[in-house]
Design a protein around this ligand. Structure first.
Ligand code: NAP
Length: 333
């Protein structure tokens, strides 16, 4: 089989190599991968390319078809179309330390390979109307947006959601917010991307480059009230603005660190807002299954902006590194 491995030198160090075909052991399934997708985390992993990562197969997200099963497998059968779960050991309930260490794309080899052996509990069957490319976008980005707004945020019709930028997590958050009847404000560095966000149902858009104090614009757009949810992916660049943007009792779903990891914040604004700041790391398999059903019954399809063959994976990472995408970037195997 072919696989992409991390070398040294970041994106230019990615290598396509041959490897022996794996075989499933007891309780395991062998998946022929048809597609995978990029997340910002994968870009960070490839760029860091430290002493622990050479030889690692990057990318947490993909989808494929089960071509063999090991002894004792009951949940999954040959021929099933499946997606591997981001957390291989988080089936349901609250996250555990064991689950937290069970992530694909590091420390466990990820999806940029032709064949994957996974525990049968670590995959989910896909609806028939979802393509492998679409499904490959969901295990991290889709599920993170779903968990933040729906599972943790208890999103209600008529609420207002702010999403930051137009990357993978944010565009899923826009789609799920519209599904639940929420009004959506989108920020972006690009007016062209903001127009695309409007076409997907954003009610208001703000260019955060032209308007660095975008919290004031959010106040104006909401009649002074603020928003009920912020899907916070900007990290150090955006957290203070997010706190200034929420309505009384609003929610900030802390997900990303696009603009840095550490930030001094004005604590008085947090308690005055009576807001909730909720950390989110992806989600469980049970949450993923609920998300899939909601997407299936409502005809929601992921927004795929660009597709690359496996051998051109480096070009896909270059596109993400320059922020040239809207929604998701997919690799076709
Ligand atoms: N906690 C979790 O479980 C979890 C799960 C998934 C992702 N994440 C994190 O969430 C973040 C987004 O991930 P992703 O995969 O969706 O990324 P992505 O697809 O690469 O999206 C990046 C986009 O975000 C916008 N952006 C970049 N810097 C920004 C800033 N300083 N302020 C506001 N927007 C900014 C840009 O949009 P425009 O071009 O429109 O300006 C950029 O194109 C990353 O930090 C990632 O590590 C965390």
């Amino acid at each position: 089989m072919r696989k992409i491995v991390i070398g040294s030198g970041g994106i230019s160090g990615l290598k396509l190599v041959d490897a022996a075909d794996p075989e499933p052991g007891p309780g395991e399934v062998l998946v022929l991968m048809h597609a995978s997708s990029l997340n910002y985390r994968d870009l960070v992993t490839v760029r860091q390319a430290g002493a622990t990562t050479p030889g690692l197969v990057p990318n947490s997200c993909g989808a494929g078809e089960v071509v063999a099963v090991g002894d004792g497998v009951r949940r999954i059968a040959v021929g099933d179309r499946v997606a591997p779960m981001f957390f291989q050991k988080w089936v349901d309930g609250r996250i555990t330390p064991e689950a937290r260490g069970s992530t694909l794309g590091g420390p466990i080899d990820g999806c940029l390979r032709d064949l994957m052996v996974l525990n049968e509990e670590g995959v989910t069957r896909l609806p028939d109307d979802m393509t492998f490319e679409e499904a490959a976008t969901l295990p991290c980005a889709g599920l993170t947006a779903w968990r933040a707004l729906v599972e943790e945020g208890n999103l209600k019709a008529g609420e207002t959601v702010l999403v930051q930028g137009t990357g993978g997590v944010s565009i899923f958050a826009l789609q799920f917010a519209r599904l639940f009847g929420a009004e959506v404000i989108v920020t972006s560095s690009s007016d062209a991307k903001l127009e695309r966000a409007r076409a997907l149902g954003a009610t208001h858009v703000i260019n955060y480059r032209q308007m660095p104090d975008w919290a004031s614009a959010v106040r104006q757009l909401t009649g002074g009230r603020g928003v009920d949810h912020v899907v916070e992916v900007g990290g150090a660049d955006t957290l203070q603005q997010s706190i200034a943007s929420i309505a009384l009792g609003g929610n900030i779903h802390v997900i990303g660190v696009l603009g840095g990891y550490v930030k001094d914040v004005d604590i008085t604004q947090i308690f005055r807002s009576n807001g909730r700041i909720q950390g989110v790391t992806v989600g469980s398999r049970a949450m993923f299954e609920r998300m899939l059903r909601a997407m299936h019954f409502n005809g929601i399809h992921p927004v795929i902006d660009a597709r690359f063959p496996l051998e051109n994976t480096a070009d896909a990472f270059e596109l993400m590194a320059r922020g040239g995408h809207f929604g998701k970037i997919v690799i076709e195997h």
